[in-house]
Design a protein. Sequence first.
Length: 294
Amino acid sequence: MRCLAAIILLMCAQPAMAEPATVQDYLNQPQAKADVRIAYGVEPAQIVDLFLPKGPGKHPVVVLIHGGCYLAQYQGLPQTSGLAADLAKRGYAVWNVEYRKLGEAGAGYPGTFLDVADAVDRIRAEAPKYKLDTTRVVALGHSAGGHLALWAASRARLPKTSPLWRRDPLKISTVISLGGIGDLEGQGDVFAGACGPEPIPKIIGLADRKDAYADTSPAALLPSGARVLMISGELDHVMPPATGHVYVTRVRKAGDSAEAVAIPGATHYDVVIPTTTAWKQVADTVTREIGKLR
């Protein structure tokens, strides 16, 4: 009986397992204040929040792109501020990108994509002032932001005939997509299961263009030359781990380096909440991948 009582006491003393994170946990997380806010355009959404690490630099850069089904009803930038602050403490400059979302003037094609392009390329102009290392740039995107991060790293493959084409886009060496989508045409139906059938067609201008996927879907712009990591929570209902594995196979066939990871017990949201063990695994991955760029 004493042994049984001791076992029960020990079990009660152990910390309870954290519940898988929900969308409300994601939306309600504390916000962090950036060191600098930079406007890359005249519209309210055309801004970047820059989080700076301690030390003299040059600082490797993490381009952080929020998700939210491309919809203006989700704030986006505030929810990724905690991640940005955490990464800055780990020694990285974090370029937390806002962009025009569906429901805001100018969003969709080409506006949303040009926002991401202009935001990323603005790093060059700000690099001397903030001691940013433009040779060590990693993109980290969540959900819809995972798509935009993959796309941003693929811009060198855009045809000059595309309105999205820009001369000499800033090189992104590695993309870490958290529950993101790389194949808009082949996996759009999966994404629509959580976000609805309208966001992807609207964001790429599908109703008005026969070749709408050609310059908006990362899968159509392979090989990009960037290393790709598709990280999913094992319990992700938006973009389940199988979708990441399928995309990684496609990336590898095109000749690029790619890896798929499923984090046990994690949802679509655990990977973007800085207090979770899933986020620690993501942050460790960022550290590992930036370390390879030395």
